[in-house]
Design a protein. Structure first.
Lengths: 316, 272
């Protein structure tokens, strides 16, 4: 045997023989981790990647949903969507809705959160009442508010106006009022949710901060302006991001409250996409709209994140 | 001074909360009234306690069917979402390098893509699979929520010391065993929070059933309320009653799970 006559060598360092090498371990772990992440990758590919790619593809064709072939038309769909009055109207209202609800909810939710952070009798009840509308289905709330705004006997608002001798107002039949009504309901339903979000951040501020500030003689306003508000910046970022993206994606509330009317006054982009793409078979055009929508939402998210990063850097 | 402030806040906030709650009071009180009574005074108290509206609505509509549909879709999709999300989070934790980057990109894209953009292709996909107008089709679509679950679960998992998994691994436990008997029990709190949060989404969702469900016997509760409005357009008490019946489980859910809803809101918004 060759080994017997070989010159003696230093004994190898102790090593338990069946132990796999580092590389083998890495490989096994790798396979295992792929197995565990496989389902989520499948979900992503099937529900996000493929449909997204298809949306891009359809947006460049004249596909109508039924024909077997789709002709490549380049960017034609992207130009025609800007000439469709219903789509433009949808774009306009979606933007108005997004901006108005973002501003109004932020302006109301921060003071509300400050108040709900104070101690007072019935605080938990008040918190729950403000929060509750965001727990239930927006679609049902839209329908209920439809009855509340109605000029018929169910219309609470009109009967209250009636006490003062005024004529009933057709809230949902006049374009500007209909838009306003949708926004009011959205603010009513969303403020509590965002207030609770702010509240969570407020509660994370140590009370010592306030004690120290009042010892230093800071007024309540100064405490808010120079301490609370900067510390709330991350919450503002998050809340605004949710409001902006949520506003652009809005569908349930206008659809159930006004059905998008009168005319196209409260039509949303989502409603346009659904009606054109699924009901009317204008897949190409609707896909172009959905791609534009995707880019707009993406840009807002990126811009908002960049802005907030700068703000946070400035305040901290 | 402090007392005065607290009293003042109560005096201002309690009535304000009352105003905010008016729509709920409105539908609740009108379920006990007849139509002429509502017309006469929409916010007034009913003349007596009369539950005939409830009996009528339960008779006119397949509410139990819709309830079971919603429950079925909710339970199955939440279970699958949590399973896929938690598996991915664990796989991510034991994986490294390329995989981590891949999942990161996946999450970013999934986060950026609005549901509206993928709606038309998904409709065509489902119709090709004969899943349009089926409850299974809804479950299939709600699986997209697994990525949000993953987001929250991985955030929570990172706060758990990895030694717990490592020592189990050294003891010879297989990856699946570790996932089942160590990871899952450890992440229970976040699973509950995410589950509650996603359950709210699925239960309240309107756009998906509205686009994908046509048959009355496959409606979810929210869709049923929507389609009943046409039917009840002149029968307001019936509509109010239906709304109350559909909202009632949510009130119970809200009271039971408020804490989880709030913590889901906070962690979800921080991660999202």
């Amino acid at each position: 045997m060759g080994t017997a006559i070989a010159p003696p060598r230093p004994a190898p360092p102790f090593q338990s023989p069946p132990r796999p090498t580092r590389l083998q371990r890495l490989r096994r772990r790798g396979i295992e981790s792929y197995l565990f992440t496989l389902p989520v990758i499948v979900v992503f590919v099937v529900l996000f990647a493929i449909p997204l790619a298809q949306s891009f593809y359809y947006s460049l064709t004249d596909f109508n949903g039924y024909s077997t072939e789709a002709n490549f038309v380049g960017f034609e769909n992207y130009t025609t969507i800007w000439q469709d009055s219903s789509m433009l109207s949808a774009l306009g209202f979606t933007l108005i809705f997004t901006i108005a609800t973002t501003l109004a909810i932020t302006a109301l939710a921060i003071p509300l959160a400050l108040v709900l952070n104070q101690k007072f009798f019935g605080r938990n009840l008040v918190r729950s009442v403000f929060f509750f509308p965001s727990v239930v289905s927006v679609a049902i709330l839209g329908l209920v508010w439809g009855f509340i705004f109605a000029p018929l006997g169910t219309g609470v608002i009109n009967s209250i106006i009636g006490w003062f001798g005024a004529q009933p107002v057709a809230w949902l039949a006049e374009p500007t009022l209909a838009r306003l009504s949708v926004i009011i309901v959205a603010v009513w339903g969303g403020t509590g949710w965002h207030a609770v979000l702010y509240l969570a951040y407020l509660q994370a501020i140590p009370s010592e901060f306030y004690e120290a500030a009042s010892i230093d003689g800071a007024t309540r306003w100064q405490q808010f302006r120079y301490m609370t508000l900067p510390l709330l910046t991350p919450a503002i970022t998050v809340s605004q991001l949710l409001l902006l993206t949520g506003g652009l994606k809005v569908y349930d509330l206008p659809y159930t409250l006004t059905g998008g009317g009168p005319g196209f006054a409260t039509r949303t982009l989502t409603q346009s996409i659904i009606e054109n793409g699924i009901a009317q078979g204008e897949v190409g055009k609707a896909s172009a709209l959905s791609v534009v929508f995707f880019i707009a939402v993406g840009l807002i998210i990126v811009a908002q994140l960049a802005l907030s990063r700068r703000l946070e850097a400035r305040f901290s | 001074m402090k007392h005065l402030r607290s009293i003042l806040l109560s005096v201002v906030m309690l009535p304000l909360a009352g105003v905010v709650a008016i729509p709920f009071y409105y539908i609740l009180v009108n379920t006990l009234k007849t139509q002429p009574e509502i017309s006469a005074s929409p916010l007034g108290l009913p003349s007596g306690v009369d539950f005939s509206n409830y009996a009528e609505v339960f008779e006119a509509l397949p509410i139990w069917q819709s309830f079971l549909n919603t429950l079925y879709v909710g339970v199955v999709s939440i279970f699958l979402m949590l399973l896929v999300g938690s598996m991915a989070a664990y796989g991510m934790l034991i994986g490294q390098g390329l995989l981590t980057k891949l999942i990161g990109v996946i999450c970013l894209i999934a986060f950026l893509v609005p549901g509206q953009t993928t709606l038309i292709p998904l409709y065509r996909m489902l119709s090709g699979m004969y899943l349009v107008d089926t409850l299974e089709g809804l479950i299939f679509l709600y699986m997209g929520g697994a990525i949000f679950c993953y987001f929250l679960i991985i955030g929570y998992m990172r706060t758990i010391p990895t030694e717990m998994f490592e020592s189990a691994r050294i003891d010879g436990a297989s990856a699946f065993r570790i996932y089942r008997s160590i990871v899952l029990p450890l992440i229970r709190p976040i699973l509950v929070t995410v589950g509650v949060f996603q359950a709210m989404w699925v239960w309240n969702d309107f756009i998906t059933p509205n686009v994908f469900i046509n048959s009355p016997d496959k409606q979810t509760l929210v869709l049923q309320v929507y389609s009943a409005v046409g039917q009840f357009s002149t029968d307001w008490p019936a509509f109010m009653t239906l709304s109350v019946i559909v909202l009632a489980p949510l009130v119970v859910f809200f009271i039971a799970a408020q804490r989880h809803i709030v913590s889901g809101l906070v962690t979800g918004s921080v991660k999202g």
